[in-house]
Design a protein around this ligand. Structure first.
Ligand SMILES: [Zn+2]
Length: 306
C-alpha cells in the first residue's frame, strides 16, 4: 500500500510537472484523465497481479534498481543467446556489464553507452538491435567519491571496500575511475553451436595486460545469497579512457583512482523467453548433465544472429 501511495503522489506531481504553465481548464481536463489513469494504476498496481512491476516505464524513475537479464548459472551452462536488445537494456540502466549473443565478447556499460570488448582486443559500440543473453545494469548516481590508496591490487581493494560497506547483504554498484599502474582484463571468443559450457570457453579466453592506463571500472558486488543468479562478490568490467581496450577484470594495481559506490536494495530479473533458457538445468552443475543437454539441443534460433 505504501508503494501505491507513492505511485499516486508521483503521478500527481508528474501531471503538475508536465503542465507548469498550462491554462487552468487544461490542467483540470488532464487532471480528470490523470484521475482515470490513477484509478487504472490503483486497480492494476495495488492488486495481487505483480506483472506491472519490472516494466521499463516502471524501472526508470527508480535509480537504485539492479536489473539483470537471465542468470549467471544459465550463462555458465551455455545459454549464450537471448532476446533482450541493447535498446531495451538501456531502458534499465546506464552502468553495468554483461555479454552479447553467441558470447561475443565482454559488455561494458558506461554513461548509457554499451561497449563490446571482443577477444581480438578491439572495442566497438554495437547497434541497439544487438542482443544479450546476460547483463546487469543500473542507473548509477555518482554521489560522493573517495580516493583509493595507490598500489592496491584487486584483492586488497575488495578488502578495503568491504570494510566500508554498511552490510554485505545488499547489492552495490561501483564506478572506479582514474589511472591504473596496470590492469589485466580478459575477453571471450564468439561461440557457435553446439555451445560449450562457459568454464570450457574461459580456458581459451584472451588476456590483455595493460600498463599505466586511464579508464573506468564498472560493476557490482553481489551478496553471497545471490549465488547462481550472479557472481557473489565483486564483478567488474573495464573500459579505457580512449575506448580502445576493455574487458572482464582479472586484476589491477591502482595509481590514482576515485571510487563511487551505490547501495542497491531493489533487484529485478528479466528471465529470457526462449527454449534454451526454458530447458536449461538450473542451478548449473558442471559435473551434471546440463553440458550434454546444451551440446545435443536442436537449434532454437539461427547461430550468429548477433
Ligand atoms: Zn565479467
Amino acid at each position: 500500500m505504501t508503494r501505491c501511495i507513492f505511485v499516486m503522489a508521483s503521478l500527481m506531481s508528474c501531471i503538475d510537472a508536465m503542465l507548469p504553465g498550462s491554462p487552468q481548464h487544461t490542467r483540470r481536463a488532464l487532471g480528470k484523465w490523470g484521475g482515470l489513469l490513477l484509478l487504472a494504476v490503483l486497480t492494476v498496481g495495488c492488486g495481487s497481479n505483480p506483472a506491472i512491476v519490472g516494466s521499463p516505464a516502471d524501472a526508470k524513475p527508480h535509480p537504485a534498481v539492479l536489473t539483470q537479464v537471465s542468470t549467471l548459472d544459465a550463462l555458465m551452462g551455455g545459454v549464450y543467446d537471448g532476446e533482450t536488445t541493447l535498446a531495451q537494456l538501456k531502458q534499465y540502466g546506464n552502468l553495468g556489464l554483461g555479454t552479447f549473443n553467441t558470447l561475443d565478447g565482454e559488455m561494458v556499460v558506461v554513461d548509457g553507452h554499451v561497449y563490446q570488448a571482443r577477444a581480438d582486443g578491439k572495442v566497438n559500440e554495437p547497434p541497439d538491435s544487438t542482443q544479450t543473453p546476460f547483463a546487469a545494469v543500473t542507473f548509477f548516481q555518482a554521489g560522493k567519491t573517495r580516493p583509493a590508496a595507490t598500489g592496491l591490487d584487486f584483492a586488497r581493494l575488495q578488502q578495503t571496500l568491504d570494510s566500508q560497506l554498511p552490510s554485505k547483504n545488499l547489492f552495490y554498484a561501483f564506478r572506479l575511475e582514474g589511472r591504473f599502474q596496470s590492469i589485466k582484463v580478459r575477453s571471450v571468443p564468439r561461440q557457435s553451436r553446439p555451445y560449450p559450457i562457459l568454464p570450457d570457453v574461459v580456458k581459451k579466453q584472451a588476456v590483455f595486460d595493460l600498463e599505466n592506463v586511464e579508464g573506468v571500472l564498472v560493476g557490482f558486488r553481489s551478496p553471497a545469497f545471490a549465488k547462481g543468479l550472479n557472481a557473489p562478490g565483486y564483478h567488474l568490467h573495464f573500459l579505457s579512457k580512449d575506448k580502445q581496450a576493455g574487458g572482464h577484470v582479472l586484476d589491477f594495481v591502482t595509481d590514482k583512482v576515485e571510487v563511487a559506490t551505490q547501495p542497491i536494495h531493489d533487484f529485478r530479473m528479466l528471465l529470457p523467453q526462449d527454449q534454451d533458457f526454458y530447458t536449461a538445468t538450473l542451478p548449473f552443475d558442471p559435473s551434471g548433465d546440463m553440458a550434454r543437454q546444451v551440446e545435443t539441443k536442436p537449434l532454437a534460433s539461427p547461430a550468429g544472429k548477433n
